[in-house]
Design a protein around this ligand. Sequence first.
Ligand code: TRP
Length: 341
Amino acid sequence: MEKKKETMPPGRQVVMSGIRPTGFLHLGNYFGAIQNYVKMQDDFECYFMVADLHSLTTHPDTKELKQNVLRVLAENIACGLDPEKAAFYCQSHVHETAELYLYLNMMAYKGELEKTTTFKDKVRQHPQNVNAGLLTYPVLQAADIVIHRAKYVPVGKDQEQHLEMARTFANRFNHRYGEVLPEPTAFNYNRQLIKVPSLDGTGKMSKSENPNATIYLADEDDVIRKKVMKTKTDAGPTQQNSVKPDYIDNIFGLMKLVSVNDVVAKFEDDYNACTIRYGDMKKQLAEDMVNFIAPIRNKVNDILNNEKYLKEVMEKGAAKANASANATMKLVRQAMGLNYY
Ligand code: TRP
C-alpha cells in the first residue's frame, strides 16, 4: 500500500493517447478526437503520441514514414493541439517503451492476443504478413499508456478492447511485482461524441471508407465543393414537417458543424414548409465548409514548410515524454528486481 502512495501522487492526472501516422485527418477526426485533445491539454498532464512504431506492423516500408509523421504533427497542431501544453512526441523517440513492451510481453498470453478483434481483422487483410508485432500490437499499446502511468485514454469505441487489455497487463504486473501501474480507462468528458456523417449518407466519416464521402483537412476548395455538391438528395418533402430521410438528415448534420445557426434554421424552416431547394442548401454548405477547412489546410501547409519548428516540437515532446517514461521505468525495474546494484 505504501508503495502505491509514493508512486501515484494525488492530483497527477495523466492523459495519454496515440495517433497512427497513416492517412490524412478528416472532419470526423477533427470533431471527434482532436477537439477532445485540445480541451484536455488545459485540464490534465497530457501525452499525445504519434504511433510510428505501431505503423510498422502493417506498413514495413518506411519510405513515406517521415512525411506521414510530420503531417500528423502538423495537422494536429493546426487543429489546436499545443506542443507547449501537451507533450506531443513520436513513439520511436521513447526507447524505454520497447523495454516495457518486452516485460509486458511476458504477461500477455498467446491465446488472448489471438482473440483480439483487430488482430483477426488484420490477419484477414494481410494474410501474407502475420508477424509477431501484429500479434502483440495491444502489448505495445499498453506499454505506451502505462509508461506514463496514465489514468485516462481518450479513444473511440474501436480501441476499447485494446484498453481492456492494457488494464489486464497492468493488473498482472501489479499482482506479480507490486503496485506500480494504475489502470487506464477511456475518457471523453462524459459528453456525447459528435458524430460526423459521411457524405454518401451511410454511417460516419472514416479513414477507410469511401474517400469521396469524406472531407479531409487537406482537401482543396474545389475538391470540397465537388464532394458536397455530389451528395445525394431528392425532390424534397411533399408534406409539411415530415421526418427527414437519413441522407438529408446528414446534410443538416454537416451544416450544423460548420454553418451559423441562422443559416441552419432557415433551411430547417424551408424543409418544414416544403420550399427547400437542395441545390441552394448544398451551395451554402460547400462555401461554409470551404471557409472552415481552408484556414486549417493553409496552417497545416505553413507548419509543414517549417521543418525546423517541427523538429523543435519533436525534441521538446520527446524530452517531456522521456522524463515521464524514465521515472516509471525506474519503478518498474525496481519492482521487478532488475536493479542489481
Ligand atoms: N491503436 C491506436 C489506433 O489505432 C493508436 C495507439 C497506439 C494508441 N498507442 C496508443 C491509442 C496508446 C491510445 C493509447 O488508433
